[in-house]
Design a protein around this ligand. Structure first.
Ligand SMILES: Nc1ncnc2c1ncn2[C@@H]1O[C@H](COP(=O)(O)OP(=O)(O)OP(=O)(O)O)[C@@H](O)[C@H]1O
Length: 260
C-alpha cells in the first residue's frame, strides 16, 4: 500500500527547551523513517514530545541536533508539501467555509481563480460540507469546523499531512464519523499522514504503524505494526488485541517515567 522510498526521514533529532524555570529535553536522538503513503500515529504520555516532533517535521520548529529530510531535501522551514492540522481548527471567523478553503489555496499561485474555486468545491464535497459552503464559522459545529480545516489542509494537495490531535475536542459520535472519513480520504488520496493522538484505540484504528514515545527525555520506545485490513471500524473487536498491547506498553512508559 505504500511507496518504498521514505517520504520523511527523521535522523537523530534532539530538541531542548529552556525557560527561566527549567530546561526540558523534549526530544533525545529520535530517528524514524516514514514511507510515502504511510499512515503513522504518534502516541505517548503528555509531554513526551509528540507535538514537538510533528512541528519539527513541519519545519515550524528547528531541531538542536539531527535533521529531517522530506523527499531527500533538508527541511529548513514550513513548506506547501507538509501542512499541519491542529486540534483547534484555527479557521478565519470572518470567512465562510468556502472562503477558508480558498484561503488555503493561496499556497497554489500556479492555479487560476476558476481552478481554485473548483478545487475548493471538490474538497468541501469530499468532507461532506457542500451544503454548508456559505456557512460562517460560528454557524458550524466543532466536527464541521474540523472538516473545513481538513478540506483547507487537503486542498493545496500537500504530499504530507501532519495532524496534531485533530479530533480530540470532538464528541465520540462525530469522532467515529471522522475516522471513517479520514480513512476514506487517505485510501483515495494516498497522502502520507502523521497523526498525533492520546487515544490508543484511535491510533490502532488509523495507523499502519503506531509509534509509542516515552517522556523525560522524549524518545521512541516502541513501534507497532498494525496489519489489519481497511477500512477499519473503531468499534470492531479486531482492534482489541493491538489496542491492549499498545495500552500495556503505554502504561509501561508511564511507570518508567515515574520511577526515573
Ligand atoms: N515552546 C516551548 N517552550 C518550552 N517548553 C516547551 C515548548 N514546547 C514544548 N515544551 C516542553 O517540551 C516537552 C514536550 O512537549 P510536547 O508538546 O511536544 O509534548 P506532547 O507529547 O505533544 O504533549 P501533550 O500530549 O500534552 O500535547 C514538554 O515538557 C513541554 O513542556
Amino acid at each position: 500500500m505504500t511507496d518504498t522510498a521514505p517520504k520523511l526521514i527523521v535522523e537523530g533529532v534532539s530538541k531542548r527547551f529552556a525557560t527561566s524555570r527549567a530546561a526540558v529535553q523534549a526530544l533525545d536522538n529520535v530517528s524514524l523513517d516514514i514511507a510515502g503513503g504511510e499512515f503513522v500515529c504518534l502516541i505517548g504520555p503528555s509531554g513526551c514530545g509528540k507535538s514537538t516532533l510533528l512541528d519539527i517535521m513541519a519545519g515550524l520548529t528547528l531541531p538542536d541536533a539531527g535533521r529531517v529530510m522530506a523527499d531527500g531535501k533538508l527541511v529548513q522551514g514550513p513548506g506547501r508539501q507538509r501542512l499541519v492540522m491542529f486540534q483547534e481548527s484555527a479557521l478565519f471567523p470572518w470567512l465562510d467555509a468556502f472562503g477558508n478553503v480558498m484561503f488555503g489555496l493561496k499556497l497554489r499561485p500556479d492555479l487560476s481563480s476558476a481552478e481554485r474555486k473548483k478545487i475548493a468545491e471538490h474538497f468541501l464535497h469530499l468532507v461532506g460540507l457542500e451544503k454548508f459552503k456559505h456557512a460562517h464559522v460560528h454557524e458550524l459545529s466543532g466536527g464541521m469546523k474540523q472538516r473545513v480545516a481538513l478540506a483547507r489542509a487537503l486542498a493545496p494537495d500537500p504530499q504530507v499531512l501532519l495532524m496534531d490531535e485533530p479530533f480530540a475536542a470532538l464528541d465520540a459520535l462525530t469522532r467515529d464519523q471522522l475516522y471513517d472519513d479520514i480513512q476514506r480520504i487517505w485510501i483515495e488520496s494516498r497522502k502520507t499522514i502523521v497523526f498525533v493522538t492520546h487515544n490508543v484505540r484511535e491510533a490502532v484504528c488509523l495507523g499502519d504503524r503506531v509509534v509509542l514515545m516515552s517522556p523525560s527525555p522524549g524518545r521512541i520506545s516502541r513501534i507497532f505494526d498494525i496489519p489489519l485490513p481497511r477500512p477499519r471500524d473503531i468499534n470492531s473487536p479486531d482492534l482489541a488485541g493491538y489496542t491492549s498491547q499498545v495500552a500495556a506498553a503505554l502504561k509501561g512508559t508511564l511507570r518508567g517515567s515515574v520511577s526515573e
